[in-house]
Design a protein. Sequence first.
Length: 61
Amino acid sequence: MEAKATCHCGAKHTGHICMLKSTGRLEEVAHLTSHPTVVCFTCGTEANSGDNVCSPMPLSK
């Protein structure tokens, strides 16, 4: 059985891109992903700031 990645962000999760996408706030997502510098280890989403993903790691160029 595969292990599923889970989020442990707590209240901060509401501002993360995965939550914004799920609530249809796509204009905000576009703004937060225009010049990505990090990628989320959990879901692979690229973001401008580590504050906007659950498990940020530097984006390889």
